[in-house]
Write a protein that binds this ligand. Structure first.
Ligand code: AQP
Length: 335
């Protein structure tokens, strides 16, 4: 039997997981677990590139693990772990920093955006974030990295770093491919539909959290920004002309499994009020079992600890093999 391909991905515990994190990342991860040897990480080292409140960070890391499992990531089938538990991530990141160019890091859109939104804390970690992300991926010799549209640039840089290292030292890293879903690659804010829905958005009305109560979810959808079109075909998918409506259509498509054109037909002659209620209800029903299962898992801290310890052990083994190889190639004396 052929060896399964390897997949790596992670999410920062920088805020409550959103519908964007679910549709753009976790939902795809779940659909691929049978076919890949998958590593899914809670990237806490990345989260501290922006100031975090320690107690809240600790709570969110465990909540995120519970949500991964509740969304369908079975810890018996995939490796679920916390990044800071596997020290090889920080070690390889340092090495890769020495193979990443200042100019490359300066061109990263996320660095530019985060520097603008955190002008009082433009730290070195924010700048070298992509080298740590490259280390995350390359340690597991991942073939595939499922990401949302906004992380594509970082995966491309990761490929360039891997190729540069391989050219200098001989075949060391597998050069990974980004996997970007066709629908749901970029879920937008409900209140500012030209911005991405983000965990750390200061405006609570823009994002829906996985653990949010149904009534709060419905309220956010009822207030979602659309446009002033009142024509019979106002429910039309056109992200450039109708960003708010297109976002609602995209969310509904992901929550219901219906195609975009089927949704346009379903809403022919109907208005935005109907659309908002329908999408809101579909999201409530999608998130309900996730919220209930997360709440149940969070009561069982011993189980969660067992999962993250088992994950760290498996990840440490795979990562250690790659790091050892890298150190040998660099000429470091083995311990
Ligand atoms: N709105 C989104 N639509 C589609 N995909 C999304 N992702 C995040 N938001 C959306 C995808 O989820 C994965 C994990 O992202 P991350 O937490 O590592 O970083 P991020 O992209 O910076 O996510 P946020 O929510 O915007 O976090 P903050 O607010 O802390 O910066 C990635 O694959 C991402 O594309």
């Amino acid at each position: 039997m052929d060896k399964k391909k390897t997949m790596f991905s992670g999410i920062q515990p920088s805020g409550e997981l959103t519908l964007g994190s679910y549709i753009g990342a976790i939902k795809n991860w779940v659909s691929m677990i049978e076919d890949y040897d998958a590593y899914y990480c809670i990237v806490d080292l990345h989260a501290i590139t922006v100031r975090q409140e320690p107690a809240a960070l600790r709570r969110r890391i465990l909540e995120q693990l519970a949500q991964y499992i509740a969304c369908g990531l079975d810890p018996e089938k995939v490796t679920l772990f916390i990044q800071s538990h596997v020290s090889a991530h920080a070690e390889l990141a340092w090495v890769l920093n020495c193979y990443t160019m200042f100019g490359e890091l300066s061109r990263m859109t996320q660095f530019k955006d985060k520097s603008a939104s955190h002008a009082d804390n433009i730290n070195g970690g924010l700048f070298t974030y992509p080298s740590l992300m490259a280390a995350d991926i390359l340690l597991y010799q991942a073939d595939l990295v499922p990401v949302g549209e906004d992380q594509k640039q970082h995966v491309e840089l990761c490929r360039d770093i891997a190729i540069r290292f391989n050219n200098a030292h001989g075949e060391t890293f597998k050069v990974p491919e980004a996997f970007i879903p066709k629908v749901g690659a970029r879920i937008m804010s409900l209140s500012e539909p030209t911005n991405k829905m983000s965990k750390s958005d200061k405006d609570p009305s823009g994002s829906v959290h996985l653990l949010e109560k149904p009534e709060d979810i419905m309220r956010k959808f009822k207030r979602a920004i659309t446009d002033s079109d009142t024509s019979a075909d106002c429910v039309r998918f056109s992200p450039s002309e109708k960003p708010g409506v297109s976002n609602l259509i995209q969310i509904y498509s992901c929550a219901s499994g219906k195609s975009i054109s089927d949704i346009e037909n379903e809403f022919a002659g109907r208005g935005y009020g109907d659309l908002k209620m329908t999408v809101g209800n579909a999201v409530v029903e999608t998130l309900r079992p996730i919220r209930e299962e997360t709440e149940r898992l969070l009561k069982d801290k011993a189980y969660l600890e067992e999962v993250y310890k088992m994950g760290a052990k498996k990840a440490e083994y795979a990562a250690g093999k790659t790091l050892g190889k890298v150190y040998r190639k660099l000429g470091f004396v083995s311990r």
